[in-house]
Structure formats: C-alpha cells, structure tokens
Design a protein around this ligand. Sequence first.
Ligand SMILES: Cc1cc2nc3c(=O)[nH]c(=O)nc-3n(C[C@H](O)[C@H](O)[C@H](O)COP(=O)(O)OP(=O)(O)OC[C@H]3O[C@@H](n4cnc5c(N)ncnc54)[C@H](O)[C@@H]3O)c2cc1C
Ligand code: FES
Length: 275
Amino acid sequence: MYEILKIRAFTESIREYTFSAPLAARRAEPGQFIILRVDEYGERVPFTICGADKAAGTVRVLVQTVGATTMKLAACKEGGCVRDIAGPLGRPTDLSEYGKILLIAGGIGAAVILPQAEKLAREGRCADTIIGARSAELLVYESDIREFSQNLHTVTDDGSAGDKGFVTEKLKVLLDGGKKYDAVFAVGPLMMMKAVAAVTKEYGLKTVVSMNSLMVDGTGMCGCCRLTVGGKTKYACVDGPEFDGHEVDFDEAAVRARIYGEQEKSHVCRLKNAH
Ligand SMILES: Cc1cc2nc3c(=O)[nH]c(=O)nc-3n(C[C@H](O)[C@H](O)[C@H](O)COP(=O)(O)OP(=O)(O)OC[C@H]3O[C@@H](n4cnc5c(N)ncnc54)[C@H](O)[C@@H]3O)c2cc1C
Ligand code: FES
C-alpha cells in the first residue's frame, strides 16, 4: 500500500498527489512515469512523475479526472492509500545532447516539462518554455515553471491569461523573431504535438514529443501502446514515451487512441462499482 501524503487541488478535475513511494522516488528521472492501481480491483493507469524527493521517499503526479480510475482516485483522501505503484517506468528524457532547449506544454503536459525545466535549471542551463491551456484556470504549474525558465511564455485559447492563441503561434513568433534552439521538447494533446512538429520541421529544428498512448502492462508485453516511428514499430512504455516528433505517425496514433471507443460506449464498467 502507498500512502497519499498530500493532495493539491488546482481545479475540480485536476489534482496533484504526493505519494509515499520510496523505491520509485529513488530512481525517478524526468520523463518517466508510474503505473498505479487504486485498489485490488483497479485498472493499471500511467501517470508522469512530475516530482520526486529521494530523501523523503515521495513522488508527485498531476491527475486530470477523465474516467473510471481517475474518478476513483479523485475520491481518495489525504492519509488514504492506493494499492500499487510500479515505477519508475519508461526511458528518462535525454537532455544532455542539446544546448539551448525550448520546452512546450499544453494543458496537463506541464507535469512533464516541470521536472525537465527543474533539471536544466539545476545544471545552470535554463530552458525557454511555452505553456498553453484553454483558459487561465486550466494553467498548471505556471509559477513553478517560471522559476526554472529563462523565459516563460504563457498562452491561452481565450486570452484569459498570457497571450491569446495556441502554443504553435507563440513558437512561430519566437522562431521568426530570431530565437535559436537546438531542440524543442513538446508534450500535450496528440494534435498539439503534431502541429508543433509540423512547425519545427519547416525550421529544421529537432523535436521530441512525449506520447500518452493507451497502456496496459507498461512492460512491452501486451502491445497496447504500439506506435509507428520512422516506419518502425515502437512501444511507448519501453521505447518511449519520448520519440522524434518528425518521425511519429500521429494519424495512426490518433486512430489507436480511439480504438476502444465503441466498446467504451456500450460496455458496463465493473471498475466503477468495484471496492
Ligand atoms: C506515459 C503516460 C503518462 C501519462 N501521464 C499522465 C499524467 O501525468 N496525468 C494524467 O492525468 N494523465 C496522464 N496520462 C493519461 C492517463 O493515464 C489516462 O488519463 C488514464 O489512464 C485514464 O484512466 P481512466 O480510467 O480515468 O479513464 P478511462 O475511462 O480509461 O478513459 C477516459 C477517457 O480518457 C481517454 N484516455 C485514456 N487513457 C488515455 C491516455 N493515455 N491518453 C489520452 N487519453 C486517454 C479515453 O480514451 C477516454 O476517452 C498518461 C498516459 C501515459 C501513457
Ligand atoms: S503497455 Fe503493453 S506493451 Fe506498452
């Protein structure tokens, strides 16, 4: 059992959980994730590790409530426990190869770039960052990311915070204004990452994206998280979750993300009532 030490609510549907999970905390690196099961009847669901404290033995994850398991987690209280936490899983982000980095996050993708920005700041090579959301209340970790950034640019679709527009528009403004980067790391909704990769391809700028494929086992066995990258089959859980954004087949990934849509509409979820 893994205790929930703290819950920080950003909105009704977005919360950050701090778990006591010393083994996961000990080896966690930016870009990695855990797979969590709320109780013994629960599904295994992946969440990015947005912070780890090795000394305290804690990991933090930011969770958006979207379905049965995240609803079950939303009902948990501080001092309660979840059944299993496996991790860290996936390959850590490799930030070593590039000089000047631009990190881009859409929505709760901020959970992925926060530890990346923090690591770069600790190494004395602060990144520039762009964070975007539909509106001001859905912007998360803005002040934390600002602390670790050389320049933070905030955009919202409705203009309620920062500049009005999409992250891709801000990206173009920066590149057309003469900003030079060695690599862009982008994370967020699939179509946002596809759009970022399309922009950076025009500028010949290396781009890494973090793929949130549907996952089951998280160990490369079940094939659920399969993607095509550069014409080759890859598994997001063990080969990723980060891949070259110019090589990912986003259209196939979008089809696979909806692959169980019909079954989800008609099936009766046993997990909702399991306890
Ligand atoms: C490597 C990785 C890291 C992730 N990190 C985070 C994170 O830090 N915070 C967070 O809130 N979520 C994260 N996710 C997504 C999260 O795992 C899903 O939202 C969760 O599994 C949904 O479970 P559920 O039972 O509540 O919803 P379900 O009932 O399973 O699904 C509800 C809806 O969400 C969609 N959905 C399910 N899984 C995903 C997914 N992987 N990506 C996009 N849409 C999905 C379904 O198609 C459906 O429309 C991550 C996924 C991966 C693969
Ligand atoms: S989740 Fe099963 S192979 Fe990746």
